[in-house]
Design a protein. Sequence first.
Length: 413
Amino acid sequence: MVSTPLTPLSTHPARIRAEIQALHPQIVEWRRHLHQWPELGFREQLTAEFVSQKLQAWGIEHQTGIARTGIVAVIPGTRPGPVLAIRADMDALPIQEENDVPYRSQHDGVMHACGHDGHTAIALATACYLSQHRDSFAGTVKLIFQPAEEGPGGAKPMIEAGVLNNPDVDAIIGLHLWNFLPLGTVGIRSGPLMAAVELFDCTISGKGGHGAIPQHSIDSIVVGAQVVSALQTIVARNVDPIESAVVTVGKFHAGTANNVIAANARLSGTVRYFNPQYEGFFGDRIQQIIQGICQAHGASFDLEYRSLYPPVINDDRIASMIRSVAEHVVETPTGIVPQCQTMGGEDMSFFLQQVPGCYFFLGSANLSRGLSFPHHHPQFDFDETALGMGVEIFVRCVEKFFNDNPIRSYSGR
């Protein structure tokens, strides 16, 4: 590990307990180690080994190799009670890092460009603290270190492997470091936070020919152009204007020469929406539109449509709990951003379909230090002061959950 000055924990230090402040340099060191050795989804062997070694050193019972590289750790309190899960994702992205920092990625073409190294470090520090303060909560904390959030998705196979059982999870929480919010803020809301993610690929087959003799051809570019325009009417005319949705065509490939009519055109895009009632709707409507336009021009098509992640929908009770906790960590009211939403997607949604829970954003941008590049950018980085704030919020959530128990269905397991 390269030695380099650490970011001081200077934002509202009085609101972060002394033990977490003292742990902060180690949290930063863990994050920077993980940042130097990023791994893609379902390949997080080094990351999982690092996490497991820390958990073992702290005497925390855990299981490895879940959904290939996932880890689940269990920390029981000194008294029986409900089960609260904390989820952190571990994977990186296929991006070449451009940051000139001592802890830059040592894996060519792979980078932690979304903050998952920070999520893992925060969860590790939370585990470390709770393992030393088991008498502060009545119940069990389950920490889920998940692979492959960036794709193809590690949450669903972890759920299928039983991570929400034995013991059964009553509620789940998670956070995302967020460079669209400044350091010292928390974005949290009840209901939809992030959008469903659906993808489509379509090949339109016409009949190629000479550009000067179009009457003997079926121009796939003309057909494709009409498809792109017509797809925009789905949101404009088929979706309730009070709802939010997006249909984006991100790729359009066709043609080989200036004077040749292309026989084939390939379109790819994404669909985003918040309301679960639209599940299945967009795929059907896109197919209807493409089929109608192709039929009108005598072309054919092949459409592949797939749903990646459902929308992230927060439980009102758990969101309220986290909001009340965050108010003790950040300055209020400016530090709480109650209507924060994004059309970005996250497979935390699969966990929230199974148990009540809440996912929230922890502001991590610091414009004065040049730490404001967006997620998935080759120069993405964040203010590490946010790491200690994340641990403090998680620990306070554990204490409040087991004291106040917002999940009323708990029966004293």
